[in-house]
Each structure stands twice: as structure tokens, then as C-alpha cells.
Ligand binder design. Structure first.
Ligand code: SF4
Length: 397
């Protein structure tokens, strides 16, 4: 039976909340919680400090007031519904990476269909469920790119605790969850938040490859490998080595977390990965056209920055693998690619791989290169190879 917003009583909202909790699994939602829509005052100082220290990624909502005040997204909000959907953490039958056929890896957050679309679909279903029962309710859904901080909402709504690795950890699903929320003018009773269960553990902080976790729950995004893999420009040499074979994202702080042990969720059909897509061969990525990239990767969230960051990271991975079989294709890229970031990264990779063919390609490119940054990379690579020239080629890698 429908209830009007003005006539509804606390008992009606309690009952509707119970109905929503019971319906959540049939709407494809793994966990749901309810929070007040009070401003996130405690978060404001943290966000301001974060900005002052230069820890932002630049991908977040720039207006801090919007991030902490739900009323700037929906007039007169009364509560927020937070949802979580679990995703897989393991490939059932991962293809092997081997010499001459090395592979990169794409973050678990990008396995299967773009989670923004999946979450939007679930939130739309939940909105429809509520609108049927409260026709005059107002609702505003958000996923990741919305104004509010998903993790702060989820923490307040009791979805999980805000962990030292900056993820929300749910007792049921670990941190392998996507988050979304609906701000509404229905005054749902709030849930209690969950106690922090990290305790004395610092495993994620110690395991972070670049020291990007600068303290418990504090991330310097500019050092985070996940962020670096999504940038489009030149990558510092320090990060190139630490990127390893990551093409997009970095799951290290979640993989090492003991609260995630044994947790791998395969029940959401949209998030089932295609192993060849999420652990692809590196060399074919380098010559992929825009059309091929769109066809193969357009539906996953890792494609949001386009093809260039993934190709650049694939070149870095080949350099880190010191894959000699990649020298012909890398030499061709260095000679013909129109993107300076790609040529510079290619020069770096050839320098790491070494050998006479790499050296010849670099010297030929040096004679024609006009971009100062690329030329610097070429010269560094040439010096590196010459420094190692006394070592027999077969022992250089
Ligand atoms: Fe918390 Fe330890 Fe997991 Fe880090 S690794 S999030 S400190 S439990």
C-alpha cells in the first residue's frame, strides 16, 4: 500500500525500511544500510588537509562543501540509503604469463561490466521499489563520481568500517564491494555504524608498493599506483618499475588484507571476468586500433581514460619483463607513434630490455626525435644499454 510523504509516520518508515532490507537481495543488492543525511562535518577538515598536502587525485568532486553536505545534492534530505554489491577477487582459470607471451593485469574493480552501469541499474530498481510505495518521495542516486564520499556514507550507514587501506570492509564480503547511495527526503531510521576491526594490523600500509598509504586511512593519491596507471602523461621512473605488469589499477592493499582471506564473490553475473580481457597478452595491446579497443574494452570501467594509458602501461610491463620478443614492435612504435608519452615510454622499455637491436632502434630514433622529453628518455636508454654492453646479451635480462 502506498504512503504519502506528509502522512507517513515513523512506524510507516520503519516498516518500509524492513521491506526494503528484505527485498534487497531480489534487487541484486548484497548489503544495504541507512544513514542520517546530516552534513559530514567530521570529513570536511580531513578533505581540506588532504587538499593542502596535495594528496588528491584530481578525479574527485572539486567542491568540498558538496562532498560533505547532502543538502547541496537534494533539497531537504532526510536520510541516505547506502548499498554494496560484491565482486570477484580471483580468476577461475587464469591464463599463464610466459616468456614471449607476457601478460598484464587489470584491477578487479574493472572485471566484467562497468560497475557504474551495474550500480546505476541496481539503484534505479531500488528507487522504483520505493517510488511505488511512496509516490511523492524525492531521490538522488550516486555512484563513485557523485558529490558525496561513498565510503563516508557507507561507514555511517553500517555497511562496513573505514579501514586503514582506505577501503570499506564489510564483515560479510570483505572489501570486495562496490558502493552506491540514494539521498532521499524519506526519514528512514538510521543504522548504527560498525566498529573498526583493523586493530594493530598495518599489513596494507607495509605492503603498498609506493608508500602511498601515508598513515591509517590516509592515501597520497599522487603516489598510488592505481591513480598513476590512470594518468595519461609521462610516468616517473620510480613508478614505472613499481607498476610491474599492472595495466589498470592496483589491488595490493586489498589482496594482502587478512579480512579478505578466502573471499571471492561470483554470484553477480555482470562482474564475471573474461580472463583473456583482464589478463591480456601485452604485445597485441600495442597495435590495437581505437575501434578494436572500443570493441574489446569499451564495456569495462578501465576504458574510461581511453586506450593511451593502458598501452603506455603495457609498454612499461614489457620493459619490466625485459621481453626481448617485444623489441621489433617497440622499435616500430618509437619510430612511428605520434604520441610523445608513448615514444618516451617505449625508449625507457627498450633501455631496460637492452641488446643491439634495442640500441640500434634508439640511436636511429635519436637522430630524428624533436620532443625534448622523448629525446631525454632515448639518451638515458642509450646510456643504460652502453653501460651494460660488457655483459653478454643473453645474460643482460
Ligand atoms: Fe585493516 Fe590490516 Fe586490512 Fe589494512 S590489512 S585494511 S590494517 S585489516
Amino acid at each position: 500500500m502506498a504512503v504519502s510523504l506528509t502522512a507517513g509516520t515513523n512506524a510507516d518508515w520503519r516498516k518500509l525500511k524492513q521491506e526494503i532490507v528484505e527485498a534487497a537481495p531480489s534487487l541484486g543488492i548484497d548489503k544495504i544500510g541507512f544513514a542520517s543525511a546530516e552534513p559530514f562535518i567530521e570529513l570536511k577538515d580531513i578533505l581540506l588537509q588532504h587538499r593542502e598536502k596535495g594528496y588528491e587525485s584530481g578525479f574527485e568532486e572539486p567542491d568540498i562543501e558538496k562532498r560533505v553536505r547532502p543538502e547541496l545534492s537534494l533539497e531537504a534530505p532526510q536520510s541516505i540509503l547506502a548499498i554494496a554489491i560484491a565482486y570477484p577477487s580471483k580468476l577461475a582459470d587464469p591464463p599463464r604469463s610466459e616468456p614471449g607471451a607476457y601478460r598484464g593485469i587489470i584491477s578487479r574493480t574493472s572485471w566484467g561490466r562497468d560497475y557504474h552501469d551495474v550500480l546505476r541499474d541496481r539503484l534505479a530498481k531500488l528507487e522504483a521499489f520505493i517510488a511505488e510505495r511512496v509516490p511523492d518521495a524525492r531521490m538522488q542516486s550516486m555512484v563513485d563520481t557523485g558529490a558525496l564520499v561513498d565510503r563516508a556514507v557507507a561507514e555511517r550507514a553500517g555497511i562496513g568500517w573505514s579501514a586503514k587501506n582506505c577501503a570499506i570492509i564489510t564483515p560479510e564480503w570483505g572489501s570486495w564491494v562496490f558502493l552506491g547511495e540514494i539521498i532521499t527526503n524519506i526519514p528512514f531510521p538510521a543504522d548504527n555504524s560498525i566498529m573498526d576491526q583493523c586493530g594493530d594490523c598495518t599489513i596494507c600500509i607495509d605492503a603498498c608498493p609506493t608508500g602511498a598509504l601515508v598513515g591509517p586511512g590516509q592515501l597520497n593519491a599522487s603516489r598510488c599506483i592505481s591513480f598513476v596507471t590512470q594518468t595519461k602523461g609521462y610516468v616517473d621512473d620510480e613508478f614505472k618499475v613499481k607498476i610491474g605488469n599492472r595495466l589498470y589499477g592496483c589491488d595490493t592493499c586489498q589482496i594482502v588484507c587478512p579480512k579478505n582471506k578466502g573471499k571471492n564473490w561470483t554470484h553477480q553475473p555482470e562482474f564475471q571476468p573474461d580472463p583473456e580481457k583482464v589478463k591480456p597478452l601485452l604485445i597485441p595491446l600495442l597495435t590495437m586500433t581505437n575501434k578494436e579497443f572500443k570493441e574489446q574494452y569499451g564495456s569495462i570501467s578501465a576504458s574510461w581514460r581511453g586506450k593511451k594509458p593502458i598501452q603506455r602501461n603495457a609498454i612499461i610491463a614489457l620493459g619490466n619483463f625485459k621481453d626481448r620478443s617485444a623489441v621489433p614492435v617497440l622499435s616500430e612504435l618509437l619510430r612511428t607513434d605520434t604520441r610523445p608519452e608513448i615514444r618516451a615510454t617505449t625508449a625507457w622499455a627498450l633501455g631496460r630490455i637492452g641488446g643491439t637491436d634495442s640500441l640500434a632502434a634508439l640511436e636511429a630514433a635519436a637522430a630524428k626525435e624533436l620532443e625534448a622529453e622523448v629525446l631525454r628518455e632515448i639518451q638515458k636508454a642509450v646510456e643504460l644499454i652502453k653501460d651494460h654492453a660488457w655483459i653478454p646479451e643473453e645474460k643482460q635480462s
